[in-house]
Every structure is written in C-alpha cells, then in structure tokens.
Design a protein around this ligand. Structure first.
Ligand code: NAD
Ligand code: DAU
Length: 342
C-alpha cells in the first residue's frame, strides 16, 4: 500500500509510520509531509531515511504545491491512502494564538481534500484524524459518533472545522473519507508540553508538576500503539463517510495520573504544585466506542503497563526531550506566567 502520512514528524504520526513499517515492511511505501513546526522532529524517524520506500518532504498542508508533490508518492506513482495527522495540537497554545490553528487544522485540511479530488478515482481512503475534543465536555455518560459537536476552545473548534470539512467533501464529491475521533494519547515521542511527558520529565528533574485547577478533570487515556492499530484497522475495514470514536477505556482524574507518575519515577508528592485553571478547561472527555468494538477491534495494552513502558522510554531517551525543553524557553515563559497569575 502507498501511504501519504501528514504530520509524520510529530508524536502520533511518527508512531504510525513506524507501526506501518513494522507491520507491512517493504509492502508499505510512505511519504511523510511535515512542515516541521516546533512540534515536528524529522529525526523521530531517522532510521528510515534513505530507505527506498520512505520519503520525507518538508512542506505545509496548506500549500497546494507541496501537497500536489506529496500526492505523487515515493516514486511518482501516486498514493492509495492519505492519513492526515498534521495539525496544531496543543490547547494551551491555542489560547495564546489561534490563527495558526485555523490555518492548519481547517484550511490545511481543505487543501488536502482539494488535491484528493484530483486523485479520486484511484484514492482508496482519506483518513481525517479528528479528536474527542470536538464533542466538548460531558459530566456523565459518553459521547457517541452521532452526538452533536460542541467544541469549547480554539483548538477543538478548529479541529471540528477540519472534521466537518472532510465529511462535507465525502458527501459533496464522493471522496472516500473516514473521520476518526480519538481520546488522549500517550506513549514515546510525545512532545513534553502535554501532561504525561511534561510531568514525567519534570519529575525526573525534581521540578514541580503544575496541576491545573482542582486536578479533577478527567481524560480517557489511549496508548499510542493502540491508536495506530485502530487507524490501520479502519483503513482496511471502515466504511467511507463514517466517523469512528477511538478510546482507551482508561478514564482518570488528572490528580490520579499525577500520583501514578510520581510512583513510577520514585518522586515525592511535594512536587505537585496546584496552579490556576486553564481558561475554558473541559471537565471530562468520554467516548462510547461500541461502534468500533462491534467491528471486532480491541485495544491490546492495559493502562498501567503502557504507562510504565512510557515512563521507561523517557528515562532511556533523555537526550531527546532535553534538547526539546532547551529550545522551548519562550513557550515555557508564557505558560508559567499564564498559570502563576490565576
Ligand atoms: P504533534 O503536535 O505531536 O504533531 C503534529 C505534527 O504536525 C508535527 O510534526 C508538526 O510539524 C506537523 N504540522 C503542524 N502543522 C503543519 C502543517 N501546516 N503542515 C504540515 N505539517 C504540520 O501532534 P499529535 O499529538 O501527534 O497529534 C496528531 C494528530 O492527532 C492531530 O491531528 C491531533 O489533533 C490528533 N489527535 C491527537 C491526540 C493526542 O492526544 N495527542 C488525540 C486525538 C487526536
Ligand atoms: O482529547 C484529545 C486531545 O488531548 C487532543 O486532541 C489534543 O491534541 C491533546 O493535546 C490533548 O488535549 P488535552 O488538553 O486534554 O491534553 P493536555 O496534555 O494538554 O492536558 C491533559 C489534562 O491535563 C488537561 O485536563 C489539562 C491538564 N494539565 C495539562 C498540562 C499541560 C495540567 O493539569 N497541567 C499541565 O501542565
């Protein structure tokens, strides 16, 4: 199969490319189109550089020329499947500056879809990676795929725009689109601005863990390899024009996960630092995943072993996250000011 993976230098995208090569070997051809924003790290997939079935292209999904080139594939013969992971992804950053979120997460999706129209007869799938955040917050019960969207922050509103644009192109032009909405991923290669890698690496350095608000917001944690497996499953078994929730089945309050991280890193609870709350902080995300389960898909990893494996990865890959933390000084200053003041 010939894949165009966008955002493949980021966390989930790089895990997905690795998943494809591990599963399909040289039967998978992958073009990785990535702008290399602050979150994109080409070296995440260094082991595949120079292989005849892998091509890295630095470019913007909102740039029609870059996208046209990417659709040519590894060897100019085209692609069968597009998986769009490329996005601005961090909620706190969307509170700082929302314009780039609209440019990439909405307009970028439109450019990818327009190019898909030109390849419609041969394109097998266009997977738009959306998020559970598009449903908004839910105090009890779980969202199913038919529930209305109610995004509550600039990131999730932008993702909802891309999600519905992809659906609109399926309805209007008959493109083979599938939309997936996953819950909070964790695992290796996650940028250390998100809760789990930030807290693990801070704890390793005896730095405080800034827990927002009362620490009781709930997220449903999904191990990244299970997410990759679900996307691969849907490429094979999904139905065009359908939307699928992908959840971890591991709902935890932030303070619970913080305690687990402290246990795994062997650090004291005194590192927890309650700070002000995130503006518009969604209280709880929860997905009903019956649709995917009924098709026969099941997550492989249990949460505790996946978290332990993840913490081990950060312990064994200090050079990777230290280099990132060193060059994120500007964001760190913004973030600390933002939360100290509340
Ligand atoms: P990430 O921030 O780690 O990586 C995003 C990647 O996209 C980076 O490599 C970046 O350089 C690239 N990118 C950004 N703008 C681009 C552009 N205009 N053109 C080309 N490349 C661009 O993100 P992630 O956590 O791996 O998330 C991947 C996707 O999964 C996103 O669409 C996100 O909304 C979705 N998602 C993430 C989670 C999660 O918990 N991380 C959960 C559900 C859905
Ligand atoms: O639900 C899926 C979404 O999960 C994805 O679509 C997003 O791309 C991804 O960033 C993630 O969004 P969250 O806002 O849920 O993730 P984050 O890791 O930023 O925060 C998780 C929870 O932890 C949230 O309730 C806020 C809280 N938090 C986060 C940080 C960074 C803290 O208490 N302290 C922190 O320093």
């Amino acid at each position: 199969m010939r894949y165009l993976v966008t955002g493949g230098a980021g966390f989930i995208g790089s895990n997905f490319v690795r998943f494809l090569f591990n599963k399909y070997g040289s039967d998978a051809q992958v073009v990785n189109l990535d702008k290399l924003t602050y979150a994109g790290i080409r070296e995440n997939l260094a082991e595949y550089e120079g292989q005849p079935n892998y091509r890295f292209l630095q470019g913007d999904i909102a740039d029609p020329a870059a996208v046209e080139e990417a659709y040519r594939g590894v060897d100019g013969s085209g692609v069968d499947v597009v998986v769009n992971f490329a996005a601005e992804t961090h909620v706190d950053r969307s509170l700082m500056e929302a314009g780039t979120f609209i440019q990439t997460d909405v307009h970028g999706v439109l450019v990818l879809l327009e190019e898909a129209r030109k390849h419609a007869p041969s394109l097998r799938r266009f997977i738009q990676i959306s998020t559970d955040e598009v449903y908004g917050s839910i105090d009890s019960g779980s969202f199913s795929e038919t529930d209305p969207l109610n995004p509550r922050n600039p990131y999730s509103a932008s993702k909802a725009g891309g999600d519905r644009m992809a659906y609109a192109y399926a309805q209007t032009y008959g493109l083979p689109v599938i939309v997936t909405r996953a819950s909070n991923n964790f695992g290796p290669w996650q940028y250390p601005e998100k809760l789990i890698p930030l807290f693990v690496t801070n704890a390793m350095d005896d730095q405080s863990l800034p827990l927002y608000g009362d620490g009781r917001n709930v997220r449903d944690w999904l191990y990244v390899e299970d997410h990759c497996a679900a996307v691969d499953f849907l490429i094979e078994h999904g139905t065009n024009s359908e939307t699928y929730n992908i959840g971890g089945g591991n709902e935890l309050e932030n303070r619970e996960i913080t305690h687990k991280i402290l246990e795994l890193t062997g650090k004291p609870e005194s590192l927890i630092k309650p700070v002000g709350d995130r503006q518009g902080h969604d209280r709880r995300y929860s997905l009903d995943t019956t649709k995917l389960e009924k098709m026969g898909f099941k997550n492989e990893r249990d949460f505790d072993s996946a978290l332990e494996k993840t913490v081990r990865w950060y312990k064994e890959n200090e050079a990777w996250w230290r280099a990132i933390k060193e060059r994120s000084a500007e964001y760190k200053a913004f973030y600390e000011k933002q939360y100290a003041g509340r």
